[in-house]
Write a new protein. Structure first.
Length: 378
């Protein structure tokens, strides 16, 4: 097996590594050239110039490189007319483009016009069948591709200037050959399989034999596994990784939950699981100092229908909500929220301590304000 990698940044923020398995048996000439371009770092600093959601991500114009020969971004000439490296090579493996994460040469509608530009599918593209060389597939970093797919573009109309071009530069910062066991840096997902989480970031991106997401029981078990993986990371105080995993479990929960009418029992189980995930998200975001996110997740818990919160759970939500408001110096609403927590759990020492601290801040502020206005009437 032959593999290459790309390390991708989005507006100077690291996104992660994408690893491509090359179809050397089906497209030998294309794969040989592509591997050489990667090994020689010809793709380093090349820009992603086209992102079309639910279709493709295109890059590979080696005549434009970030920080090398581009004075400003964007540039209308990036990707124009099939710009790229080397002589054109003939088409190979014009097989159906019937699934996401296939890697294909871009030939601008001209047969045997393959230079260095290529695209990665993010959905099946049957209208491109028999028109492009299919020479590889993404085997690691699917979450990186999905992150790029969601980027904002200047325009989603074909005839506009900068159509489908990312608003902020997305760059293939580094590239090269990859071997089994090499690093797989990822900054938008936690790929640690701790707790048995071997699943992709999005349910539809899995290619695991025997996994059937039409089966509600199996879907529930997988979602629970991802949630437990997050909890193990949290216990290790790997809070950033835990946050990514909890968000992943929430994504699975939202996408896989069955309809209330078709499977009432599993719907209720999924709702209870979602409640637990939300509660965990309030805790991990609070620990990370992501107070606005914590406030949002507290709100989501409180707005859930068909789910009951115990007094302990409710007091925790109000405590975390109040603590977040206090951290943002919104003391009045923090005090009001902590008072609700205190009424539910009057013996809770942490709630009482936080309430007293915020109460003192609010009282002091009121006294200072009163003294300030008193001067005007003395």
């Amino acid at each position: 097996m032959s593999y290459v990698y790309f390390d991708i940044v989005n507006d100077e923020n690291q996104v992660g590594r994408v690893v491509i398995q090359l179809f050397t048996d089906k497209a030998p000439k294309t794969c040989t050239k592509f591997a050489k371009l990667c090994e020689s770092k010809e793709y380093s600093n090349v820009l992603v110039h086209k992102v079309i959601r639910n279709f493709i991500i295109q890059t590979g114009d080696t005549t434009f490189k970030a920080g090398v020969n581009t004075d400003s971004y964007p540039d209308l000439d990036i990707g124009k007319n099939g710009n790229g490296s080397g002589e054109s090579i003939e088409d190979e493996n014009l097989s159906p483009i019937e699934k996401p994460f296939l890697v294909c040469m871009s030939n601008f509608g001209i047969p045997n016009n393959n230079k260095s530009q290529f695209f990665i599918t993010v959905e099946k593209c049957p209208h491109l069948n028999n028109k492009h060389t299919v020479f590889g597939k993404v085997i690691h970093g699917k979450s990186v591709i999905r992150e790029i797919e969601r980027t904002e573009v200047f325009s989603n109309k074909n005839n506009d200037n900068y159509s489908w071009m990312p608003k902020k530069p997305i760059i293939l910062k580094d590239c090269g050959l990859w071997n089994e066991g090499d690093e797989l840096p990822n900054y938008v997902a936690c790929v640690d399989p701790i707790g048995g989480d071997i699943y992709e970031e999005y349910p539809d991106d899995n290619e695991i034999e025997g996994v059937d997401f039409e089966n509600a029981e199996q879907s529930y078990k997988i979602t629970s596994t991802i949630k437990e993986s997050a909890t193990q990371l949290f216990k290790q105080k790997r809070y950033d990784d835990a946050l990514l995993k909890y968000k992943k479990s929430l994504r699975y929960c939202n996408e896989l939950i069955p309809d209330d009418e078709s499977n009432k029992e599993m719907f209720k189980k999924f709702q209870e699981l979602k409640k637990t995930i939300y509660l965990n998200l309030t805790l991990v975001t609070l620990n990370l100092g992501k107070y606005d996110e914590c406030i949002n997740y507290c709100g989501y818990v409180l707005q859930m229908e068909d789910v009951d919160l115990s007094n302990i759970q409710l007091s925790k939500v109000f405590y975390r909500l109040g603590k977040s408001y206090a951290a943002l110096k919104k003391y009045d609403i923090a005090l009001e929220t902590l008072e609700k927590a205190k009424l539910i759990a009057p013996e809770d020492a942490a709630i009482k301590r936080e309430f007293d601290q915020v109460h003192d801040i609010v009282s002091t502020a009121k006294k200072e304000e009163k003294a300030k206005y008193a001067k005007f009437f003395s």
